[in-house]
Design a binder for this molecule. Structure first.
Ligand SMILES: [Ca+2]
Length: 344
């Protein structure tokens, strides 16, 4: 089988690169489209099984100070020295620990959990948190949907103690997560006035997360925090399982979200992320899929978005495109400022 590899490298003089690849895929899984479709903006990526943005490459990330660490060793009591987490809604998150009932060997107790187990996180042995939407709705009985203790639609919110981010202009979330979705979405909201107002949202799993699919049992979530949260002394975060906003004819919520090992860390000094990649023909249209028979006879224009997640301004930032190991094109070079999102 012929495999053609297209590498995209976000480049910046003096630091590493991020890679994405595009390759000819199994035509049985991804049949050649019978007509050309044109997408713009984010839709180009959503519709494209051929395109893979670089995302965050763990290998290039070297974080600074850890400003907050929570391993949920004591559930909502928080790790020693952190202070309590508060339940901010009546639909309960649960702590699974070594001595709880059920204990940490159990993940969801819902009727639809199948053989899925608990989160596989670095400190799973001292416990983790779960919002068990499935169980709360049906009490573990598939004949009792909607008859659980807190049936969907429901919200599950826990609120952190106050966290001090003073002196740090750029921060990341580093957390372990195990999520399976029906209609639920997951996000964090932040306050910089100790919980009086909640001004910024960090979306973690949105409605475009495929129904009935799940993350790996110990997925690492690495995301830059909203810039306005940084360098504040009175920060709080609410962790939200939202089983209210999204619904379909079969209901709301479901299935579960488990979290553990939540860290807020200082951003790396230098970190460029390749967010999206677009492939187009003759610079006129962006395509989600380009049939191989078209691609091999045409000039393909590659473009994308890069975001500066680091602390430093990076001059000479560009996207280099490699095909089968050969440099084919370099975009213009720009100076990328911290927090900026640039199209190249
Ligand atoms: Ca833990």
């Amino acid at each position: 089988m012929r495999i053609f590899i297209l590498y995209l490298a976000v480049f910046n003089v003096g630091i590493g690169s991020l890679l994405a690849q595009v390759q000819e895929l199994d035509p049985k899984r991804y049949p050649i489209m019978d007509r050309a479709q044109s997408y713009g903006g984010e839709d180009a990526v959503k519709h494209s099984p051929f395109t893979r943005g670089g995302g965050i490459s763990n290998a290039t990330v070297s974080f600074g100070d850890t400003l907050f660490a929570e391993t949920f060793s004591r559930g909502l009591a928080g790790d020693a020295g952190n202070g309590n987490w508060n339940v901010a809604d009546n639909a309960a998150w649960e702590y699974r620990g070594p001595s709880t009932t059920p204990d940490l060997s159990v993940g969801s107790r819902g009727a639809l959990v199948g053989n899925r187990g608990p989160i596989q996180s670095p400190t799973a042995a001292n416990g983790f948190m779960i919002f068990d939407s499935d169980y709360l709705d049906n009490n573990g009985d598939s004949n009792a949907m909607g008859q659980g203790s807190r049936p969907a639609p429901h919200l599950g919110i826990i609120e952190s103690p106050t966290i001090n981010f003073s002196g740090y202009p750029s921060l990341f979330l580093d957390m372990r997560s195990y999520f399976r979705r029906f209609q639920g979405t997951c996000y964090m909201v932040f306050s910089i006035d100790n919980g009086l107002t909640w001004s910024d949202t960090l979306h973690i799993y949105d409605a475009d997360f495929a129904v009935n699919s799940s993350t790996a049992p110990g997925e690492r979530v690495l995301m830059p925090l909203p810039p306005s949260v940084s360098d504040n002394s009175q920060v709080k975060v609410r962790i939200v399982f939202d089983g209210v906003t999204e619904s379909n004819a079969n209901g709301s919520g479901y299935y579960f979200w488990m979290i553990d090992d939540l860290y807020f860390v200082e951003a790396p000094r230098n970190e460029l992320e390749l967010l999206e990649v677009y492939l187009g023909s003759n610079r006129r249209h962006f395509f989600g899929n380009i049939p191989y028979r078209h691609a091999k006879n045409d000039t393909i224009f590659v473009s994308g978005w890069i975001r500066n997640n680091g602390i430093n301004t990076r001059p000479n930032s560009r996207i280099d495109t490699y095909f089968n190991g050969n440099l084919e094109n370099s975009s213009q070079s720009i100076t990328s400022s911290p927090g900026s999102l640039d199209s190249l």
